[in-house]
Ligand binder design. Structure first.
Ligand SMILES: [Zn+2]
Length: 420
């Protein structure tokens, strides 16, 4: 990366350095201010005031506004939610409290999302606590509702600046990307995040891999000169932008095609899960790193999207409880101690997946057995240390901490934690 270029920009996305989690804020163009703290917020100058793309996280909102205001004192004309997730659409409050009255533009499904968030606030608070290893469950229940919603597309003129909004689906059903044709600027929201697409999240609602790929291909056709993503580096230059968009689409399509072929051939969901793998060449791209979601979870999302919830095992249709299954398996093994001993053997051998199954049978069948809880703690600690993705790390850490709590200990926090 050239010395004179801002640090959150690359013109060579295929060999760019992985961006840090926290990178501060700076203008990336004379007319575009970029604020990065986990999520990217952008302010764009126009002849009639600022266009703010993704106001950001509630806890960071005051700092984001101060940073933007130190760069420009133009009135806030329009705020856009590229989707209604907590890291994008909950940072407008300080602007409104200061008396600004922007138009708030979002895709129409964002409204239904906010209603669902109100209905399921407790659930989402617990999901986010587990996903990000937060000390307590937190989730916003105050919404700055859109004033203009977009079904398919909308063209807005702010002073002399034309902004075209396009509805999409991908990580969410309420995605909206913004295209400024006169400047060649494309704001993708989380359709680009500098990680393998967050399209399989195990704890959250349905995601849309095929529509995601279609939106990426549509955006590639715009021939943008600057791409501003929801997370990670801005990309300068038509060629690099086309590579990021089309290769992310190809990564998704490879998984989609493998799943479809197997589903149509009548394979069982579990077999499909085990067989499908992401494209090994594309998986090497810096913008497709597997560090947030896991590509195997995209397979699960597609199975859920196109099929029912049944996993193909007839015993699981109307199953016995896990507790009863655990008791029976322990008895077959010759007692829970024998089960625990086998679990440790597997752990020593590095078969972490099977060690975790044994730990679950042992602890669910015999929850007050200390040896069973110790196996569970050790098995998930090993799994956590081997895991590179936020989604798996959060769940493994929570399972490990459940065992630590059952043993009377203090749960362990991650070394670095997001302040959501
Ligand atoms: Zn995001």
């Amino acid at each position: 990366m050239a010395q004179d270029r801002a640090p959150m920009v690359t013109d060579d996305p295929r060999s760019a350095t992985v961006p840090p989690l926290r990178a501060g804020s700076h203008p990336v163009r004379p007319d575009v201010f970029m604020h990065t703290v986990f999520v990217n917020t952008y302010a764009v100058t126009t002849g009639a005031g600022l266009l703010l793309i993704d106001p950001g996280l509630e806890v960071m909102a005051t700092a984001v506004r101060q940073a933007v205001r130190a760069w420009s004192d133009a009135p806030l004309h329009t705020a856009v939610y590229t989707h209604g997730h907590v890291d994008h659409a909950f940072g407008l409050r300080p602007w409104l409290d200061a008396g600004e009255r922007p138009q708030i533009i979002a895709q129409e499904n964002c409204v239904a999302r906010f209603r669902r968030y109100h209905l399921t606030g407790g659930l989402n608070a617990r999901i986010n606590q587990r996903q990000f290893s937060l000390p307590e469950p937190v989730f916003p229940d105050r919404f700055d509702w859109p004033t203009i919603t977009v079904r398919d597309g909308l063209t807005q003129r702010i002073g002399d600046t034309e902004v075209r909004y396009h509805a999409a689906k991908g990580e969410t059903d309420d995605a909206l990307y913004a295209w400024l044709p006169d400047r060649g600027y494309l704001f993708t929201g989380d359709l680009i995040i500098w990680s393998a697409p967050n399209c399989g999240n195990p704890q959250k609602v349905q995601r849309y891999p095929l529509e995601w790929a279609e939106a990426l291909e549509e955006m590639a056709g715009l021939d943008a000169e600057w791409l501003f993503p929801g997370h990670g580096l801005a990309v300068q230059g038509r060629e690099g932008i086309r590579a990021v968009l089309t290769e992310t689409a190809a990564y998704l399509r490879s998984i989609i095609d493998q799943v479809l072929e197997r589903m149509n051939a009548g394979q069982e969901p579990e077999q499909i899960f085990h067989e499908v793998e992401p494209d090994p060449e594309l998986a090497k791209r810096p913008f497709l790193r597997v560090n947030y979601d896991h590509p195997k979870f995209i397979v699960r999302n597609l199975l859920r999207l196109w099929g029912g919830w049944w996993n193909g095992n007839a015993a699981d249709l109307l199953p016995a409880t896990w507790e009863e299954q655990g008791r029976q398996i322990a008895e077959l093994a010759g007692g829970v101690d024998a089960l625990v001993a086998r679990g440790h053997q597997l752990l020593d051998r590095g078969d972490l997946a099977m060690a975790c199954h044994i730990a679950e049978w042992a602890t669910r069948g015999h929850p007050v057995h200390a040896g069973a809880q110790e196996l569970k703690r050790d098995a998930y600690r090993a799994r956590l240390e081997a895991a590179g993705e936020t989604m798996t790390q959060g769940i493994y850490r929570a399972a490990m901490n459940d065992a630590i709590r059952a043993l009377g200990g203090e749960p362990e926090a991650p070394r670095r934690r997001l302040a959501l």
